[in-house]
Every structure is written in C-alpha cells, then in structure tokens.
Design a protein around this ligand. Structure first.
Ligand code: ADP
Length: 680
C-alpha cells in the first residue's frame, strides 16, 4: 500500500473510529514524517483527521451514502490540517466493510484535492464574477431602457404641449413620398384613408389645396409645397412658413403652415409640417393696417383741405377787402355825388358782411371743434325763425331771379324750447346754400313741419340747383370741404357751413339727411327732437324788462366803437349816454334818477373796471330801479363760455361785436321797449 501514489487508510466504523492503518502517501499529504507525528496530529482517529468545521457534515453524509448505496461506497470531501498547520482539501472514497478481525471498518482512498479545489474555487469565483458582471450589464441596460423611455415620454409630453397651437401636424419624407399625420384637424381627416394616417405626399398636397385652400392662395401654397421649393428653402432656413386662407363652407380663416427640416439630412427630405390658426393675429393686423391707412388718408385729406382752405381764405378775404379799399377810394373821389357814394357804401357793406360771415364761420367751427360748446335752451317760435331766415335771404334770391318759398302748413305747435340761435344757424346755412348753389330761374323751398313722432320737427330745404356729385356726398360734412372752390365756381364759401350744421344737429340729438343729384338739385332734411310748449308756458319763461323811455348807456373804452354804437342807436331813435370804463359807468348809474336809463350796453374788456365787475356792482345796488336795469354785454368774444360768464355776472344778454344793428335793436326793444316817441 505504501507504493500507492494516493493516500489510503482504514478505520473502525464504530467507537472512536480509530485509524487502524495509514499509508505513507497519507502521511505525506499531512506533512508527517512518521506515524508518531501522524498519531500526534490526528489522535489516530478519523474524526481527528477531519477539520472540526467539516466533521459533522462529513460523518452524516458518509452514513447516509452507506445506507442508501448497495455497494456501501461513499464519497466525501473535507479539509484537514497538516502538521505545519496549513489546510488541505481531501477527496475521500470510502468503502464500508464488515471484517472478522476488526469488525466494521472503512477502507478509504484519499487524494490531495487542494489544487483541484483551488482551481474549482477559482473557476467558481470567475463564474460568479462573470455572472455578476452579466447581471450588472443587464441592470445597466434596464436602467438605460428606463431612462430612455422616461426621456421618450417627456419628449412626447413636450410635443403634445407644443402641439396645442396646431390644428394638424404631419411628418413627411420627400424622398419616399409619404406623409404621416400625427394630429389631424377634423376637416382634414377625410384626406387620409380610413384608420390609416399615412399616404402619398404629392397626392395629399394636391387634394388638400383643392379642398381646403382658398382659390386665391392655392397656387402660392402649391408652389411652396413642391419638393424642390421645400428643399431649396429649407437649405437656407430650418423653418419656413407661409400664410394662407382656408375655406370651410362659407367661412374663411387665416392659417399658417410651418415646415421644419428634421433628422438633419442634407437633402432635407424629412420634414415636419404644422398648420395653425393665425386668424386673430392676421385680422387684427389687417384692421390695424386699415385703421392706419384710413387715419393717414384722413390726415392727408385734412391737410389738403386745410391748405385749400387757407388758399380759399386768403382769396376770400382778399376779395372783399379789395372791394372795401377800392370802393372807399372811389367814394372819397366822388364825395360830391351822393348817389354814387351811396352805391359805393352799399358795396362796402356787402363786402364787410361777407368778411364777417367768413370770420364768424371760422370762429364757430373752431369753437365746435374744441368741444366747448353748450346749448342755450329757451322758448321761442319756430315760425319766427323760419320767417327770419326766409326774409334774410329773400333779397339775395330775388337778385338771382330765384323763387325762395316758405311753407309752414305742417307746423302744428310752433312754440318750442331750444337753442334759437343755433336753429337759425342751421336753417340759414342750408337755405343760403340752396340760394348759392341754384342758378337763375330755379327754386328753393323751406318747409317746417311737426311735431311728428319721436323725430320731432322736420326742416326741409330743397332746391333744383347744381346738385352734388356722388363722390362728394361722402365729404360733404367735412370741415373746409367744397366741391369747387370760389375761384372756380365764383360762389363765395368756406366749406364750413355744413360741418357747422351737422355739429349743431348732433348736439341737439337730431338727424340730417341729404339727397342730391348733379344738375337736378339737393334736398336736406333735418329732424330735431325739440320740446313743444304751450303759449302760457312760453310766456312764463322769458323775463321782459321792457320799461321804455330812458336813455341807453354805452360803456365802452374804444372811442371808435363807441362812436359807431352811438351813431347806430341814435339813428334808430334812442337817446344815448356814454361812459369810458366800468367804473365811470357804475358811477353814472349810481347817480342817475329813476327812469333816466332804460338799458346799459356793456363792453367787457376795459381799463379800471371791466364789464363783468361793473355788471355785478350794478346788480348789487340797493335801489331796485337801478339794480334791475337790463344790461347787454357787447363783446368781441363770441364764445358760449363768454356768453355764460356775462350771464353769470348778472347781464341779461350777450352780443358779439362787430355790432349787427338789426338783432341789437330787436334785443333792445325786447328788453327796454321802443325808443321814446317811436310808433308802437
Ligand atoms: P360753403 O357753401 O361755404 O362752400 P358748406 O359747408 O355750406 O360750405 O357746403 C360745402 C359744399 O357742399 C359747397 O361748397 C358745395 O359744393 C356743396 N353744397 C352744399 N349745399 C349745396 C346745395 N344746396 N347744392 C349744391 N351743392 C351744395
């Protein structure tokens, strides 16, 4: 046995499991040089040979194998401790046998399996490592997949978010000629075969254009969507867009088509197309543009009109001024011939009136445009106004050989409450236009009727004159607008009459309507919601201070004006007294006898004491016959505010200069009665 390469030993199967025999090879494995050392190391027993940590498992395994195995063989592996303390692995092939001499024994072949074990261990470790690496790789792969899908999801969310603005979104490949819909506007879904969202690009473009694009924009979009054009444009810009009108039934909507090159290929085959509504923006900017161009147009028209106005004005002012200068010179030269002088003075008067009208109109329009105008509501008789306008133009009409008629048949309640002066202005402008723009032999009719329904009173001025062209009707009420200037038409005017009329009518909540045809005539209809009044109501409203008999006190610092007023009034039969400023005027009144004065004409701007102050002081006088004297402001300021200031300071009326004698006399008569000695 000692010649065997492997170890061999025999031990009793029972009791201490004493080793009965061990060969040299086993001793070598254990590093023992003789049996004594072996016995010392193992105690001469099998359990002493086996490493204590393995013993229990080894013995159990052997027992189990012997019992189950018919050949009564077993195989176990265990560690053993060598003499030098190092650990070796043993492979143990045992055979259980019953012997006569020793009873039950195990014959055991052992070999040193340390190397094998180590190799196995290494292999196993390597395998483990390999497995671990594999697992780590798998885990990493999983993680990557996870993050990819999360990123993917995020991108999808992003796309979804960005897509809200878009009606439809398509992906197309120009090389492969296909288009795929990712998001489809309901109307476009018919362009894709059912359930499928993919089809040929070229066919799609054609159908889309013919079904949904407004005919006027079709060509442009088709050109834009041709692959060559797309590639060319996308090579210059990553994004290209085009706006077009889409057609759904009768409604038209502005859409924008945006195209982006994706996937980075140089031929720009892969593209993303999106359509979104830009209706609001486009319409808004169109409105803005229209607004701007209208504003520009209006500004231009206004500038043109103003320029034209200025040139008209300079002409229109120059003409009467020339006339005045010329006739004055002539009058002086022919001073000895009263007939001639009277004629020249008439001419001068006409020219002066023209100038006055021009200035009044310009002031009036300036006041209306500044927005500070107010209505003066008082009772008055419409018939009176109509007749006044009629008679003021009658002579002019007659000179032109025109028939100017007045019809009041339809006027049922002639007393109304309103702004008398304004209404007179309206009627006067309309009627004088009728007279101005109607040739000899023509007819101008003024008709006043009402009240009728909610519109109230109707004022119609119609003529069969030159009429107004369709084109000019739109500009009729613009300031300074005239169809033909004075030079061209020979008709004096400023283009301010109708704007004034319209502003007044609007101020009174009324309406104005014009019907006109060139060479046939014009018909202006004004409707005003004036409040009708009974005679009694009207009588209660105005306070007549007419007492009659006394002098008129003119308070005026300008000598020339004073002289004019004095002459005019004295001519009309009044006796007149004068004061050169408010303070002197106040003194005159204070020291006057009862009934000495019947009315005061008060200038406003004066040194020492102005008209407002003087009027207030007079109203504060203790004697009622003095404090109650009628006071009329005579002022160069004709604005409503000035008038209001005059009334506020206690004056009864306000007249603007230069003095128009007829209205002044009417007013004086109304407030102070007729001049002494005049027939009543
Ligand atoms: P004016 O008469 O001072 O020019 P208006 O504002 O009163 O200014 O009128 C503006 C323009 O409208 C006139 O220049 C004229 O071309 C036209 N127009 C006004 N009324 C008539 C009318 N009854 N018939 C023909 N044209 C008219």
């Amino acid at each position: 046995m000692n010649g065997m390469p492997g170890g061999f030993f025999i031990y009793r199967a029972e009791g201490r499991k004493e080793i009965l025999y061990a060969n040299q090879a086993l001793l070598r494995i254990l590093g023992c040089s003789d049996y004594d050392e072996f016995r010392e190391l193992t105690g001469g027993t099998f359990p002493g040979l086996v490493h204590p940590d393995d013993l229990e498992a080894v013995e159990e395994s052997i027992l189990l194998q012997i019992r189950q195995n018919e050949d009564q063989m077993d195989y176990v592996e265990y560690r053993t401790r060598r003499k030098d303390g190092s650990i070796r692995w043993l492979e143990d092939y045992g055979h259980y046998a019953e012997t006569e001499a020793f009873g039950a024994v195990f014959y055991v072949f052992v070999s040193d399996a340390t190397e094998k074990k180590r190799r196995q261990e290494q292999e196993r470790a390597a395998l483990r490592l390999e497995n671990e690496r594999k697992e780590e790789r798998l885990r990493a792969y999983d993680r990557e997949l996870d993050s990819i899908s999360r990123e993917h999801l995020r991108r999808l969310y992003m796309i979804e978010g960005l897509s809200v603005d878009y009606r439809s979104i398509f992906y197309a490949d120009l090389d492969a000629d296909f288009i795929q819909a990712y998001q489809l506007a309901p109307f476009a879904s018919s362009l894709f075969p059912q359930e499928k969202r993919i089809r040929d690009f070229s066919g799609f473009v054609e159908e889309y254009a013919s079904d949904w694009i407004h005919p006027d924009d079709r060509e442009t979009v088709l050109r834009q969507l041709s692959p060559e054009q797309l590639r060319r444009q996308l090579s210059q810009n990553r994004v290209v867009h085009t706006n077009f009108r889409s057609r759904t039934g009768d409604s038209v909507e502005y859409l924008q088509l945006r195209i982006v090159s994706v996937g980075g290929d140089e031929r720009h085959s892969r593209i993303l197309l999106g359509t979104r509504s830009v209706d609001e923006e486009v319409r808004h900017s169109m409105e803005q543009q229209e607004f701007l161009s209208t504003a520009l147009q209006q500004a231009r028209t206004a500038v043109e009109a103003k320029n034209a106005f200025l040139s008209n004005m300079s002409h229109d002012m120059r003409t009467p001024l020339n006339a005045i200068a010329g006739f004055t010179m002539l009058a002086r030269r022919h001073a000895e011939n009263p007939e001639q002088v009277r004629r020249y003075l008439n001419m001068i008067e006409v020219s002066g009136r023209q100038l006055l009208r021009l200035i009044t109109n310009v002031l009036e329009i300036a006041r209306i445009e500044s927005g500070g105008d107010q209505l003066d509501e008082r009772p008055y008789d419409l018939r009176e106004i109509a007749r006044q306008v009629h008679s003021s133009l009658f002579a002019q009409a007659a000179t032109k050989n025109l028939t100017l008629s007045l019809n009041l048949d339809g006027l049922r309640e002639p007393t109304v409450c309103g702004d008398r002066r304004r209404l007179e202005q309206v009627l006067h402008h309309l009627a004088s236009n009728g007279v101005k723009y109607t040739g000899p032999g023509g007819q101008v009719k003024i008709t006043v009727s009402g009240p009728d329904g909610p519109g109230g009173y109707r004022f119609v001025v119609e003529d069969n004159g030159i009429g107004i062209s369709k084109g000019f009707l739109d500009h009729l009420f613009e300031s300074f607008a005239r169809e033909q200037n004075t030079t061209h038409s020979g008709v004096f005017g400023t283009g301010l009459g109708l704007p004034i009329v319209k502003s007044i009518v609007e101020m009174m909540d009324g309406d104005i309507d014009v019907k006109s045809e060139p060479h046939k005539g014009s018909r202006f209809t004004v409707t005003l919601p004036l409040r009708p009044m009974s005679e009694e109501q009207a009588a209660e409203a105005p306070v007549s201070k007419a007492s009659g008999g006394g002098k008129i006190l003119i308070v005026e610092d300008n000598e020339l004006n004073m002289e004019i007023a004095r002459e005019l009034l004295e001519d009309a039969g009044f006796s007149v007294d004068t004061a050169e400023n408010g303070r002197v005027g106040l003194e005159r009144i204070r020291s006057s006898r009862p009934g000495e004065y019947s009315l005061i004409l008060m200038d406003i701007q004066m040194p020492e004491m102005n008209g407002y102050e003087a009027a207030r002081a007079i109203r504060a006088l203790p004697q009622p016959w003095l404090s109650g004297l009628p006071i009329v402001a005579l002022s160069a300021n004709a604005f409503e505010e000035d008038k209001r200031r005059s009334i506020d300071s206690g004056m009864d009326a306000h007249m603007s200069k230069p003095i128009e004698i007829d209205p002044l006399l009417t007013l004086i008569e109304k407030l102070a009665g007729k001049p002494k000695g005049a027939a009543s």
